[in-house]
Design a protein around this ligand. Structure first.
Ligand SMILES: Nc1c(NC[C@H](O)[C@H](O)[C@H](O)CO)[nH]c(=O)[nH]c1=O
Ligand SMILES: CC(=O)[C@@H](O)COP(=O)(O)O
Length: 234
Protein backbone atom coordinates (compact mmCIF):
# COMPACT_ATOMS: atom_id res chain seq x y z
CA UNK A 1 0.00 0.00 0.00
CA UNK A 2 2.82 2.42 0.90
CA UNK A 3 4.62 1.59 -2.38
CA UNK A 4 1.42 2.21 -4.32
CA UNK A 5 0.91 5.50 -2.60
CA UNK A 6 4.50 6.57 -3.29
CA UNK A 7 4.20 5.68 -6.98
CA UNK A 8 0.92 7.52 -7.22
CA UNK A 9 2.54 10.46 -5.53
CA UNK A 10 5.34 10.67 -8.11
CA UNK A 11 2.79 10.09 -10.87
CA UNK A 12 0.77 13.02 -9.66
CA UNK A 13 3.81 15.28 -9.38
CA UNK A 14 4.88 14.32 -12.90
CA UNK A 15 1.34 14.92 -14.07
CA UNK A 16 1.50 18.32 -12.44
CA UNK A 17 4.71 19.20 -14.35
CA UNK A 18 3.39 17.79 -17.64
CA UNK A 19 0.13 19.64 -17.26
CA UNK A 20 1.88 22.90 -16.45
CA UNK A 21 4.14 22.68 -19.52
CA UNK A 22 1.22 21.63 -21.73
CA UNK A 23 -0.88 24.57 -20.61
CA UNK A 24 2.08 26.95 -20.93
CA UNK A 25 2.67 25.75 -24.52
CA UNK A 26 -0.92 26.75 -25.26
CA UNK A 27 -0.51 30.15 -23.65
CA UNK A 28 -2.84 29.27 -20.82
CA UNK A 29 -1.96 30.67 -17.41
CA UNK A 30 -1.23 27.38 -15.89
CA UNK A 31 -1.30 28.78 -12.40
CA UNK A 32 -5.11 28.86 -12.47
CA UNK A 33 -5.32 25.30 -13.82
CA UNK A 34 -2.38 23.66 -12.22
CA UNK A 35 -2.88 20.83 -9.86
CA UNK A 36 -2.35 22.26 -6.43
CA UNK A 37 0.29 20.07 -4.84
CA UNK A 38 -2.24 18.13 -2.89
CA UNK A 39 -1.69 17.33 0.73
CA UNK A 40 -0.44 13.89 1.61
CA UNK A 41 -3.97 13.12 2.74
CA UNK A 42 -5.47 13.91 -0.66
CA UNK A 43 -2.64 12.06 -2.42
CA UNK A 44 -3.64 8.99 -0.47
CA UNK A 45 -7.30 9.41 -1.43
CA UNK A 46 -6.32 10.22 -5.01
CA UNK A 47 -3.92 7.31 -5.10
CA UNK A 48 -6.84 5.06 -4.32
CA UNK A 49 -8.66 6.78 -7.22
CA UNK A 50 -5.62 6.25 -9.48
CA UNK A 51 -5.45 2.61 -8.48
CA UNK A 52 -9.15 2.11 -9.23
CA UNK A 53 -9.11 4.02 -12.58
CA UNK A 54 -5.51 4.52 -13.75
CA UNK A 55 -6.59 5.92 -17.14
CA UNK A 56 -7.76 9.10 -15.41
CA UNK A 57 -4.11 10.10 -15.48
CA UNK A 58 -4.14 10.14 -19.27
CA UNK A 59 -6.37 13.18 -19.13
CA UNK A 60 -3.94 16.17 -19.08
CA UNK A 61 -6.43 18.28 -17.16
CA UNK A 62 -7.08 15.65 -14.49
CA UNK A 63 -7.68 17.47 -11.22
CA UNK A 64 -7.47 15.49 -8.01
CA UNK A 65 -10.95 15.46 -6.43
CA UNK A 66 -11.13 17.69 -3.40
CA UNK A 67 -11.99 15.55 -0.41
CA UNK A 68 -15.18 16.74 1.30
CA UNK A 69 -14.40 17.48 4.94
CA UNK A 70 -16.92 16.03 7.39
CA UNK A 71 -18.64 18.56 9.63
CA UNK A 72 -17.75 17.92 13.27
CA UNK A 73 -21.49 17.66 13.79
CA UNK A 74 -21.93 15.04 11.09
CA UNK A 75 -22.49 11.54 12.38
CA UNK A 76 -22.31 8.21 10.62
CA UNK A 77 -25.90 7.45 11.69
CA UNK A 78 -28.87 9.10 13.37
CA UNK A 79 -28.99 8.33 17.11
CA UNK A 80 -32.43 7.54 18.53
CA UNK A 81 -33.05 7.91 22.25
CA UNK A 82 -36.23 6.48 23.80
CA UNK A 83 -37.31 5.53 27.29
CA UNK A 84 -37.95 1.88 28.05
CA UNK A 85 -41.09 0.47 29.68
CA UNK A 86 -39.39 -2.80 30.59
CA UNK A 87 -36.92 -1.58 33.22
CA UNK A 88 -39.16 0.29 35.66
CA UNK A 89 -37.97 -1.60 38.76
CA UNK A 90 -36.02 0.74 41.00
CA UNK A 91 -37.58 3.94 39.69
CA UNK A 92 -39.26 6.12 42.32
CA UNK A 93 -42.52 7.94 41.61
CA UNK A 94 -44.70 10.50 43.35
CA UNK A 95 -48.38 10.78 42.50
CA UNK A 96 -50.09 14.11 43.25
CA UNK A 97 -53.86 13.56 43.22
CA UNK A 98 -56.67 16.11 43.63
CA UNK A 99 -59.51 15.26 46.04
CA UNK A 100 -62.01 17.46 44.17
CA UNK A 101 -64.26 15.13 42.10
CA UNK A 102 -62.84 12.15 44.02
CA UNK A 103 -65.43 9.92 42.37
CA UNK A 104 -63.27 10.36 39.27
CA UNK A 105 -59.78 10.90 40.69
CA UNK A 106 -59.84 7.79 42.89
CA UNK A 107 -60.29 5.35 39.97
CA UNK A 108 -57.67 7.34 38.04
CA UNK A 109 -55.26 6.80 40.93
CA UNK A 110 -56.11 3.10 41.11
CA UNK A 111 -55.50 2.75 37.39
CA UNK A 112 -52.08 4.37 37.80
CA UNK A 113 -51.14 2.14 40.74
CA UNK A 114 -52.23 -0.98 38.85
CA UNK A 115 -50.04 -0.01 35.91
CA UNK A 116 -47.02 0.72 38.10
CA UNK A 117 -47.45 -2.72 39.68
CA UNK A 118 -47.81 -4.38 36.26
CA UNK A 119 -44.51 -2.80 35.21
CA UNK A 120 -42.65 -3.97 38.33
CA UNK A 121 -42.55 -0.66 40.18
CA UNK A 122 -42.20 -1.53 43.87
CA UNK A 123 -44.92 -0.22 46.23
CA UNK A 124 -42.23 1.23 48.50
CA UNK A 125 -41.06 3.34 45.55
CA UNK A 126 -44.41 5.14 45.18
CA UNK A 127 -45.57 8.12 47.30
CA UNK A 128 -49.18 9.38 46.93
CA UNK A 129 -49.82 13.01 47.92
CA UNK A 130 -53.41 14.30 48.16
CA UNK A 131 -54.22 17.95 47.48
CA UNK A 132 -57.62 19.76 47.70
CA UNK A 133 -58.03 20.47 43.98
CA UNK A 134 -56.27 20.52 40.62
CA UNK A 135 -55.29 24.15 41.17
CA UNK A 136 -52.92 23.02 43.99
CA UNK A 137 -51.23 20.25 42.00
CA UNK A 138 -48.53 22.37 40.33
CA UNK A 139 -46.98 23.78 43.49
CA UNK A 140 -46.82 20.37 45.19
CA UNK A 141 -45.43 18.72 42.04
CA UNK A 142 -42.69 21.33 41.93
CA UNK A 143 -41.84 20.75 45.59
CA UNK A 144 -41.63 17.00 45.08
CA UNK A 145 -39.61 17.38 41.88
CA UNK A 146 -37.07 19.63 43.55
CA UNK A 147 -36.68 17.17 46.45
CA UNK A 148 -34.57 14.96 44.15
CA UNK A 149 -36.27 11.86 45.52
CA UNK A 150 -38.27 10.89 42.42
CA UNK A 151 -37.63 9.91 38.82
CA UNK A 152 -41.03 11.24 37.72
CA UNK A 153 -44.08 12.99 39.21
CA UNK A 154 -47.56 11.86 38.07
CA UNK A 155 -50.28 14.50 38.47
CA UNK A 156 -53.93 13.36 38.63
CA UNK A 157 -57.09 15.50 38.73
CA UNK A 158 -60.52 15.95 37.21
CA UNK A 159 -61.72 19.41 36.21
CA UNK A 160 -65.39 19.35 35.18
CA UNK A 161 -67.12 22.36 33.71
CA UNK A 162 -69.86 23.98 35.86
CA UNK A 163 -72.06 26.99 35.28
CA UNK A 164 -69.32 29.63 35.38
CA UNK A 165 -65.99 30.30 33.75
CA UNK A 166 -64.22 28.98 36.83
CA UNK A 167 -63.53 25.81 34.86
CA UNK A 168 -61.23 27.65 32.45
CA UNK A 169 -59.19 29.16 35.26
CA UNK A 170 -58.73 25.85 37.05
CA UNK A 171 -58.08 23.76 33.93
CA UNK A 172 -55.58 26.18 32.41
CA UNK A 173 -53.82 26.76 35.71
CA UNK A 174 -53.56 23.05 36.39
CA UNK A 175 -51.91 22.50 33.01
CA UNK A 176 -49.50 25.41 33.32
CA UNK A 177 -48.74 24.45 36.90
CA UNK A 178 -47.71 20.92 35.97
CA UNK A 179 -45.64 22.15 33.02
CA UNK A 180 -43.94 24.77 35.18
CA UNK A 181 -43.16 22.19 37.88
CA UNK A 182 -41.37 20.01 35.35
CA UNK A 183 -39.45 22.86 33.79
CA UNK A 184 -38.35 24.33 37.13
CA UNK A 185 -37.44 21.05 38.81
CA UNK A 186 -35.98 19.25 35.78
CA UNK A 187 -37.99 16.17 36.76
CA UNK A 188 -40.66 14.87 34.34
CA UNK A 189 -44.09 15.96 35.60
CA UNK A 190 -46.88 14.12 33.82
CA UNK A 191 -50.25 15.75 33.11
CA UNK A 192 -52.91 13.24 34.09
CA UNK A 193 -55.61 15.83 34.80
CA UNK A 194 -58.93 15.33 33.03
CA UNK A 195 -60.61 18.47 31.71
CA UNK A 196 -64.19 17.53 30.80
CA UNK A 197 -67.42 19.18 29.79
CA UNK A 198 -69.48 16.94 32.08
CA UNK A 199 -69.21 14.11 34.58
CA UNK A 200 -70.01 11.39 32.03
CA UNK A 201 -66.97 12.36 29.99
CA UNK A 202 -64.86 12.22 33.13
CA UNK A 203 -66.15 8.83 34.33
CA UNK A 204 -65.71 7.33 30.85
CA UNK A 205 -62.00 8.22 31.10
CA UNK A 206 -61.56 6.88 34.60
CA UNK A 207 -62.09 3.23 33.81
CA UNK A 208 -65.13 3.53 31.55
CA UNK A 209 -65.46 2.96 27.81
CA UNK A 210 -62.71 5.48 27.04
CA UNK A 211 -60.22 3.62 29.21
CA UNK A 212 -58.30 4.86 32.21
CA UNK A 213 -56.26 8.03 31.71
CA UNK A 214 -54.56 7.46 35.04
CA UNK A 215 -53.16 4.18 33.73
CA UNK A 216 -51.99 5.84 30.50
CA UNK A 217 -50.33 8.65 32.45
CA UNK A 218 -48.46 6.07 34.55
CA UNK A 219 -46.98 4.56 31.37
CA UNK A 220 -45.82 8.04 30.35
CA UNK A 221 -44.27 8.50 33.79
CA UNK A 222 -42.30 5.25 33.41
CA UNK A 223 -41.09 6.06 29.89
CA UNK A 224 -39.99 9.57 30.85
CA UNK A 225 -38.23 8.29 33.99
CA UNK A 226 -36.32 5.81 31.83
CA UNK A 227 -35.48 8.38 29.15
CA UNK A 228 -34.06 10.79 31.69
CA UNK A 229 -32.23 8.12 33.73
CA UNK A 230 -30.61 6.30 30.79
CA UNK A 231 -30.18 9.03 28.16
CA UNK A 232 -30.57 12.55 29.51
CA UNK A 233 -28.67 12.41 32.80
CA UNK A 234 -26.39 15.42 33.39
N1 LIG B 1 -63.98 22.94 40.14
C1 LIG B 1 -62.91 22.11 40.30
C2 LIG B 1 -61.88 22.39 41.17
N2 LIG B 1 -61.92 23.53 41.91
C3 LIG B 1 -61.10 23.73 43.08
C4 LIG B 1 -59.68 24.24 42.71
O1 LIG B 1 -58.93 23.22 42.12
C5 LIG B 1 -58.96 24.72 43.94
O2 LIG B 1 -58.84 23.67 44.85
C6 LIG B 1 -59.69 25.87 44.60
O3 LIG B 1 -59.89 26.89 43.64
C7 LIG B 1 -58.88 26.44 45.78
O4 LIG B 1 -57.62 26.87 45.37
N3 LIG B 1 -60.81 21.56 41.29
C8 LIG B 1 -60.74 20.42 40.54
O5 LIG B 1 -59.79 19.68 40.64
N4 LIG B 1 -61.74 20.14 39.66
C9 LIG B 1 -62.80 20.93 39.51
O6 LIG B 1 -63.71 20.63 38.69
C1 LIG C 1 -64.15 23.64 37.39
C2 LIG C 1 -64.92 24.31 38.46
O1 LIG C 1 -64.38 25.06 39.23
C3 LIG C 1 -66.40 24.11 38.41
O2 LIG C 1 -66.65 22.74 38.75
C4 LIG C 1 -67.09 25.03 39.40
O3 LIG C 1 -68.48 24.96 39.08
P1 LIG C 1 -69.25 26.34 38.78
O4 LIG C 1 -68.61 26.93 37.55
O5 LIG C 1 -70.70 25.95 38.51
O6 LIG C 1 -69.10 27.20 40.01
Amino acid sequence: MAAASASSSCVLHRLHDDTSSLLSSRGINHRSYSLSLISSRKIQSTSSLVQSSPNCLSNPLFIAPAEKKKSPFQTEAVRTLTGSLTKAEGFRFAIVVARFNEIVTKPLLEGALDTFKKYSVREEDIDVVWVPGSFEIGLVAQKLGKSGKYHSILCIGAVVRGDTTHYDAVANTAASGVLSAGLSSGVPCIFGVLTCEDMDQALNRAGGKAGNKGSEAALTAIEMASLFEHHLKD
